[in-house]
Design a protein around this ligand. Sequence first.
Ligand SMILES: [Zn+2]
Length: 447
Amino acid sequence: MNSLKQRAQALKRWILTQNSTIDTTDARRSGQVATLLMMVFGVAMAFGMTPGVSVQTVPLAPVIEDMTANLGTATPTPGTFIQQDQIRSGDTLAALLFRMGVSDQAALDFIASDPKARVIYQHMAPGKPIRVEHAANGDLVSLRFPYGDKGTLVVSRTLSGFSSSLVGEGDLRRIIQANGTIHSSLFAAADSAGIPDSVTHQLTRLFSTDIDFHNDLRSGDTFSVVYEATQNDFDQLVPGKILAAEFVNKGVTIRRVYYENAEGGDYYTPDGHGSKASFLRSPIEFSRITSGFSAARFHPILKTWRAHKGIDLAAPKGTPIVAVANATVTYAGWRNGYGNMIELHHANGIDTVYGHLSAFAGGLHSGEKIHQGDLIGYVGMTGWATGPHLHYEFKINGVQHDPLGPEVPRFASTNLTGHARTQFLSATAPYLKQLDAVRGSAFASFE
Ligand SMILES: [Zn+2]
């Protein structure tokens, strides 16, 4: 075994147990120790090697002992330091890095200009952890920063400068279960159940063919969810996909379970029927229908009675609009009354129309093939519109139907049969059992 690596691991564990933060004098002192040792032993600075030594509030003497011990081995001592600290209120990135012993303008310039790395500025909330590896002269070697629900942002020194990447950190997989009861809104219930937003969004997508989240939710509706998460190296749980979920809406119980076979992963009913939506129930999440589908209504601008052959979904300007199913774009441009409009052609003679957009998704053009869930544009109020909303039409063989009506096809047929179904049942049984267990329990977590 690589004893250096083991030591680095032990040190990492130790650092993670320390809540105290380092001040500049500690950092400088540690830097001096390293410089001194390098002078004494003539060890060249090497980037990208296994980190072996550190810092934080380690007293001077033990650090020297550690490093001396390392130098006694055949492996050269890496001349870098690893530090973890927390963002404090009022911190600038430069001040924070300086406090951790980093003094590197090139690194700051890179972070400010790199599209991926500069997102760090939007996430500089007090209390958030950050970890850096730096050389004794203050050069940044690498930086790790938790990035929302997405994992860890890593900025690393390369031969020619710096690079940034987003890694789904951690190999410690956990399975988490939670349940909630709706009193005011789904998101409020999910919040009080400790369910991350990314999981709640998955939940709404998962049940979007069965439940109209705009109109169908009732106080007293309940939901349970079993989802996977990985523990990142800041000991934070990064949520992943839902493995099983249940929604009890107006007394009706609906369950879905995730299953992966050779064709890929998908959600099924507990008895093996594919539950993939042929058409999403709505092209935007969480809006309010301000005008339904009708044969005739009083038009607010034309001041006459006219049929409204679509539905109006009120949403703030800029709300993303997604394709409700796989499609070919047949129109993306201005059309009188509709303003900025998109028309999509789907299989089986179905077309959908999206009107009053403020903008189109970048590069969207007629003839383009797109997938269900792809961003196509943004809500606006171009054309004849009195406020920001999406006008949405659903046509079958050229005739408009109510997008929420029974004519809209719901499911693709991906039913499992025979041996495939037997395998499915045994593979998904544990998750469904967890769903049974989580019903009625407040909150639980298990391996
Ligand atoms: Zn309309």
